[in-house]
Design a protein around this ligand. Structure first.
Ligand SMILES: CC(C)(COP(=O)(O)OP(=O)(O)OC[C@H]1O[C@@H](n2cnc3c(N)ncnc32)[C@H](O)[C@@H]1OP(=O)(O)O)[C@@H](O)C(=O)NCCC(=O)NCCS
Length: 174
């Protein structure tokens, strides 16, 4: 069963379960990564009382082609080890993609190598142009993230070979 709830609608126990799940899925998970997943809509995958998957979408601004696009930015997508490749990830993403299509100019995310194949299979497209971040010191290139940023185009035309700049935040910017 997939539940879609805003952060404000989750209890402390559910938030703790989601955080623990993500720390179990990702070796390099940080508190900043968890913070990035808050303040939007969460898709929670349940097997009875057990939380087996989490994904969320939060709003960010992406600068592209002279506009500040309203992006539904997907964060903290993880399915519990031992429960992967059973359809939970696809079911969570289908819910978030519906939200993105209805509420945002585009979807965007930063993918792991494993995640990249998963998102490609769902129609997400790799950004080919140079990435950067709008830091407190101005726009700074983020070459380490080039090739790992995926978008789900919506109504706004995108040039995937042009620059794409994300807004600022603590931790990993993409
Ligand atoms: C990536 C992840 C979220 C996918 O969730 P999942 O529940 O395992 O995936 P699903 O069962 O819904 O897969 C649906 C389809 O996506 C594709 N897919 C999923 N994982 C894939 C992978 N590792 N490699 C290639 N294709 C993949 C396949 O087409 C798959 O269909 P199939 O199993 O019939 O071949 C999950 O495997 C995971 O948590 N991995 C570790 C954490 C991670 O890398 N998260 C992504 C962060 S960006």
């Amino acid at each position: 069963m997939i539940e879609v709830r805003h952060t404000s609608g989750l209890g402390l126990a559910e938030l703790a379960a989601a955080r623990a799940l993500l720390f179990a899925v990702f070796d390099d998970m940080t508190d900043a990564d968890w913070e990035h997943a808050l303040g939007g809509l969460h898709a929670l995958a349940w097997d009875g009382p057990d939380l087996v998957g989490h994904a969320s979408v939060v709003q960010r601004r992406l600068l592209h082609g002279g506009r500040a696009l309203r992006a539904g930015y997907v964060e903290a997508v993880g399915v519990r080890p031992g429960r992967q490749r059973q359809g939970y990830g696809a079911a969570m993403m289908a819910e978030l993609e519906r939200v993105i299509g209805a509420a945002y100019d585009l979807g965007a995310l930063g993918a792991t190598d494993e995640g990249a194949a998963f998102y490609r299979s769902r129609g997400w497209q790799p950004w080919r142009g140079p990435s950067s971040a709008l830091t407190p010191d101005g726009i700074r290139p983020t070459p380490d993230d080039d090739g790992a940023i995926f978008v789900l185009p919506g109504a706004v035309p995108l040039n995937l070979d042009a620059p794409l700049t994300c807004d600022w935040r603590d931790g990993d910017v993409w």
